[in-house]
Design a protein around this ligand. Structure first.
Ligand SMILES: NC(=O)C1=CN([C@@H]2O[C@H](COP(=O)(O)OP(=O)(O)OC[C@H]3O[C@@H](n4cnc5c(N)ncnc54)[C@H](O)[C@@H]3O)[C@@H](O)[C@H]2O)C=CC1
Ligand SMILES: C[C@H](O)[C@@H]1OC(=O)[C@H](O)[C@@H]1O
Length: 253
């Protein structure tokens, strides 16, 4: 069990990648605290799955865009589970929209959820790890979009590049405490975030055609890479990023 004895916190964990990662970490031996925004039923059923695996689970509601949520999540998770070994910053939104008429509120909300929220969450988790005194692992669910653009993602891709940049800087700031900070770069993973976008069969077929491994991703595809970065197997890995995209990024022609 790679995560035996570890406590993992995951934001945005009632659905999609966050949920798969939360349950996947429990499958590898961790106790898990989930942050969720609104989906009480999704969060409760994830906790039930974690408990069915014989691990402790707790769901804590909060909007990550509110800086106060960060301290609340970390302190309540620590109270319930005893400590924080791993923090996975996963919560995110991508409301597809054209650039020239991007509504100010869509731009600002995307920044606040994806980047500002991440900043304060990572800070709160890091402070708890520093207090514990024996290191930790922080993982950001960045994106292939940290490296490439998207016509309808002009508000979103800068948040993913920013998240990766944040991991690089905090890897330096927190290295002296033994806290490792890394980014995962998922490609296109089938979740609610892109359900509408990929309902366009032409776009879906085009996206599938770009992927050397021949399929779009599933949330469970992120479990192994997350467990690796969370576990002691990656003890000397910090400030790094890992594409989890079926090879899409390298496929120019
Ligand atoms: N699905 C994909 O193709 C890719 C997703 N990602 C990233 O992975 C992360 C997870 O996304 P998915 O699972 O795909 O989408 P999703 O829509 O299924 O999950 C996003 C989760 O974040 C939560 N969330 C949204 N706003 C929140 C807020 N203000 N406070 C707390 N929680 C909030 C949602 O409730 C949901 O549980 C996001 O950061 C996304 O940018 C990165 C690359 C590709
Ligand atoms: C929401 C998109 O489908 C998804 O999110 C990302 O970060 C990548 O751009 C994916 O295509």
């Amino acid at each position: 069990m790679l995560l035996e004895g570890k406590t993992v916190l995951v934001t945005g964990a009632s659905a999609g990648i966050g949920r798969a990662v939360a349950i996947g970490c429990a499958r590898h031996g961790a106790d898990v605290a989930l942050n969720f925004a609104r989906d009480v039923a999704g969060a409760e059923s994830a906790v039930a799955e974690i408990e069915a695996l014989g691990r402790k689970g707790i769901a804590i509601q909060g909007d990550v865009a509110d800086p106060a949520t960060a301290k609340d999540f970390v302190s309540r998770a620590t109270e319930a589970l005893g400590r924080v070994d791993v923090f996975v910053n996963n919560a995110g939104i991508c409301p597809f929209h054209a650039f020239l008429d991007m509504p100010v509120e869509t731009f600002e909300r995307t920044m606040q959820v994806n980047l500002h929220g991440a900043y304060f969450m990572v800070q709160a988790a890091a402070n708890q790890m520093v207090k514990q005194g024996d290191g930790g692992s922080i993982i950001a669910m960045s994106s292939i979009s940290a490296l490439v653009g998207g016509e309808y993602q002009t508000h979103y891709t800068p948040t993913k590049a920013g998240l990766h940049s944040l991991m690089q800087s905090v890897a330096i700031a927190l290295g002296k405490y033994g806290i490792r900070c890394n980014s995962l770069f998922p490609g296109t993973i089938l979740t609610d975030i892109n359900k509408e976008d990929l309902a366009d069969q032409g776009k879906r077929t085009y996206m599938e055609g770009r992927i050397p491994l021949g399929r779009l991703g599933q949330p469970d595809d992120l479990v192994g890479p997350t467990v690796f970065l969370a576990s002691d197997l990656s003890n000397y890995v910090t400030g790094a990023s890992l594409l989890v995209d079926g090879g899409a990024y390298v496929n120019l022609q």
